[in-house]
Structures are given as C-alpha cells and as structure tokens.
Design a protein around this ligand. Structure first.
Ligand SMILES: NC(=O)c1ccc[n+]([C@@H]2O[C@H](COP(=O)([O-])OP(=O)(O)OC[C@H]3O[C@@H](n4cnc5c(N)ncnc54)[C@H](O)[C@@H]3O)[C@@H](O)[C@H]2O)c1
Length: 426
C-alpha cells in the first residue's frame, strides 16, 4: 500500500475493531477512534469484551486506540463503522453517523478518502455524509476529498466468515477511489473485492442482504405457527423440504440483534421517502417481532390457563448463540410477557454481561446453573454450546415432574429427555 500510510477507523465495536486490527497488519500507523472511553481503555489494556479479537491478537496489534480525534489527523483514509440503530418509532437514527462526520470533518485534510461501512439506505453516503463532511472541513467533496462505501458483512461469533476472509463489496466516488479501496481491502481479505457499480448500489446491496434474511425467516416463522395448529413439527417439515436442491434453508426463531431486525427499517424508510409503501419488508418485521410473545403464549397454554405464579427458567438472553451481544435481543419479549402474567422468571446466560442485562433490560442474570432446580417451565431460548449437551439429569433437576421443556431452537431435539415432562419445540 504505497500511497496509504495512515488509516483511521471511527467506531471500535463488533465491526470496527476487527477491521482496524486487520488493517493495522498492513498499515502499522492505523488509529482506532471511539467516543466511549471505557471501550478505549479496555482496548488499550489489550482486551476486547466482544470476543471478536482475541487477547493474543490484541497484544500483537500496532493499532492505536484513542478518544482524541486529533490523533487521526493526517490520515489518508477514514473508515466509519459507527452504529446505525432505529429510534423508538423504528425510524433510522443517523445521529451517530452525523456525529462521526463532524469528528472526521474537523480533522479532514485535502487528498483523503472517507469510507462508510455502517449499514445505511442508498443515498446516505453521498447525500447526507458528503455535505456534512464539507461543512465541517471547509473542503469540497469530489475535489479535495472523496467518498467510498464498503458494507460490512461479518457475523458476530462466526469464526469462518471473518473480515479477513469474506468478499468485500467496494464502491468509490471515482474509479481511482474504487481502485484505492480495492488496494486497501484487497490486502485485508483473502475473499477478494467486488467493485459495485456505484456507492448507492453498494449501500443498497448491503441493506437488502439483511432484509432478505428477515423476510425468509418471517415466512418460516409464519408456517411454523400454521403447522403447530396441526400438531406438525416444523423441523420434520423442513428436513423433508430441504432435500429439494433449491429450497432455502431457514429456521424459525427470534430475530434480534443489531442487523437483521433493524436494517429492514432502513430500507422501509428509504421506500417511504420515495412514496412507496413497503408491504413485504414491514410484514416480515411484524411477524418476526411478534415471535417472543407467540412463544410466551404457547408456554402458558401448555402450563394451563389456571397456572399462576409459575417458576420459569429461561436459558440464554443474547440475541444469538455463543456471543455476549445483548443488543436488540428479543428473548426479553418472552421474559416480559411471562412476568406481566405474574410468573416468576429467572434468566441464565453464561456469556452476556450481567451489568448490561440489568441496565438495559432490568434482568438480573444467573451466571451459574448450580443450585437451580424445580422449575415449572424451562425455556431453551438461545442455543449456546453450554446448553446443547445437557444430560437427562440436568433436565431432571431443573424441571419439576409435570413441567414443560420448551425448545425454541431445536437444540434438544435429538436428546433423550426425562419422562414425565412435556416437551414443546417451536
Ligand atoms: N455487528 C455486526 O454483526 C454487523 C455486521 C454488519 C454490519 N454492521 C453494521 O456496522 C455498523 C457498526 O456496528 P457494530 O455492531 O460494530 O456496532 P457497535 O455498537 O458494536 O460499535 C459501534 C462503536 O462505535 C462507537 N461510536 C458511536 N458513535 C460514535 C461516534 N460518533 N464516533 C466514534 N465512535 C462512535 C461506539 O462507542 C461503539 O464502540 C452498524 O451500521 C451495523 O449495522 C454490523
């Protein structure tokens, strides 16, 4: 990378940190900037609590983590990886992106490229970020500095599809910028780069990848509800259907997290701005967002409407298996619904941060299963590895005779469960 001697990454979360560490292997003068002092202190001490980068890689990296934007000054390239959440009305909250534009704009110097990796809808990079960068830098976009977009595709907890292995979609404001991005990202990943036709095409490509998953899962969730009325297991049905070469293999379940449950709202907002009411995209969201209540209702049906103050143990609170990430977890819908009906719900998770669970969801997490016993219902909500191999004795201890074992992700389908308990699979 001859022309590039300094790169700054803005936002050191699940996406930004692994990317910054990977880039620092090729560009030693890589700076990682974050507004969260606690996060930066932890990274400076050599630990990543998201577990995306292990302690050995943290020790070896030349990445300089900082909360001081001045440390980024003089960078040839700025890569923005800040969050893109939705607000309480499910509208895109672009405030972190706006603030990042201000931070970068204030240190931006002529000749630099600003690349966005945050998931957005088409137009945000060129129509919102470009003008903001101009305003805060006093420079002219397309003459003094240039824009790029390269969506992030990593999947938290997935050690196979890492930032160093996946195909990176890239798009620059000019062909020269696209080639610059090809050089930078091409050296980081062995998966190669794909030059999208335009920045808007790259933005659109990312947001539909996640909306497509959401809609496909919503379809499976809907047919799960239909087949349950017939006493038919969705897993038995899917196993048979999956033998067709072009059947799409999605599983039913809760859809949470920072991406799949959020990004479709970005696409929906874009559609609305263009005067198109998005039917399928919002229907998918509606079905998937209702799954937690559906599961809680089925558990209560099986306990019987007369059952009061039942003791329920929910296993797993994170939005997916084997990660500590609690963002937008929909397990809370199950917990809240059961509690609203007066049931006494304990929640266990071996990976989630107990402080975050208390702060964001008012849930006091159990860290150990030792000493827990005799519940009326056990809900296997998240298939963490720690839960998959439970012996019959564990179920025997955790669930009272006559109690319910609710297996949301089919993780116990092939286990021999103790007799005298009702087993329900989503
Ligand atoms: N997590 C994923 O699996 C994933 C995958 C693909 C794409 N994405 C997208 O990547 C983007 C980042 O997601 P994430 O999961 O890494 O988020 P995250 O919450 O893990 O990390 C974001 C980081 O940005 C910091 N930050 C917030 N505002 C800032 C600002 N103004 N300046 C500097 N730092 C700021 C936060 O303190 C945090 O450390 C989002 O747009 C997301 O949709 C995420």
């Amino acid at each position: 990378m001859s022309a590039i001697s300094k790169i700054s990454v803005i936002g050191l979360g699940y996406v930004g940190l692994p990317l910054a560490v990977a880039i620092a292997r090729h560009v030693p003068a890589t700076v990682g900037f974050d507004i969260d002092g606690r996060r930066v202190a932890e990274l400076q001490a050599g630990h990543d609590r998201t577990r995306e980068v292990d302690d050995e890689a943290m020790r070896a990296t030349t990445l300089r983590s900082t909360t001081d934007a001045e440390d980024m000054r003089g960078s040839d390239m700025y890569i923005v990886t800040v969050p893109t959440p939705v607000d309480q009305w499910n509208k895109p909250d672009l405030e972190p992106v706006r603030k990042a534009c201000r931070t970068v704009g204030e240190v931006l110097e002529p000749g630099a490229t600003v690349v966005f990796e945050s998931t957005v809808y088409p137009g945000v990079t060129e129509d919102l970020c470009g003008p903001l960068l101009e305003r805060f830098s006093g420079l002219v976009c397309g003459r003094d500095f240039f824009l790029g977009y390269s969506p992030e595709r990593i999947n938290p907890g997935d050690r196979e599809h890492t930032v160093e292995r996946i195909t990176k979609v890239i798009a620059g404001q000019t062909p020269e910028v696209t080639e610059q991005l090809a050089q930078v990202y091409g050296s980081v990943t062995t998966g190669g780069v794909f030059r999208a036709a335009s920045i808007k095409a790259a933005e659109a490509a990312k947001v539909i990848e996640n909306a497509q998953r959401d809609i496909n899962i919503a379809f499976i969730n809907e047919i799960t509800m239909i087949f349950q009325r017939m006493g038919l297991s969705i897993h038995d049905v899917l196993e048979a259907s999956a033998t067709k070469w072009n059947f799409l293999k999605f599983q039913p379940g809760l859809v949470g997290g920072h991406c799949i449950g959020v990004d479709p709202f970005y696409l929906a907002e874009c559609a609305s701005q263009l005067g198109h009411h998005p039917e399928i995209i919002l229907s998918g969201r509606k079905v998937n967002d209702a799954m937690g209540h559906y599961i809680a209702d089925r558990v209560m049906d099986h306990m019987g409407p007369e059952k009061e103050n039942a003791r329920v143990l929910v296993l797993g609170l994170t939005f997916k298996e084997n990660v500590p990430d609690l963002r937008n977890t929909r397990v809370v819908d199950i917990v809240q619904k059961l509690r609203a009906k007066g049931h006494l719900v304990d929640v266990h998770d071996p990976l989630a941060d107990t402080d975050e669970a208390a702060r964001y969801y008012q849930i006091e997490l159990k860290r150990s299963l030792d000493g827990l016993r005799g519940y009326d219902a056990l809900i296997g909500a998240v298939p963490h590895d720690a839960y998959k191999g439970f012996s019959s004795d564990v179920f025997d201890r955790l669930v009272s005779p006559g109690g319910i074992i609710a297996d949301i992700k089919g993780m116990w389908r092939n286990l021999v469960l103790p007799t005298g308990r009702l087993v329900w699979h989503l």
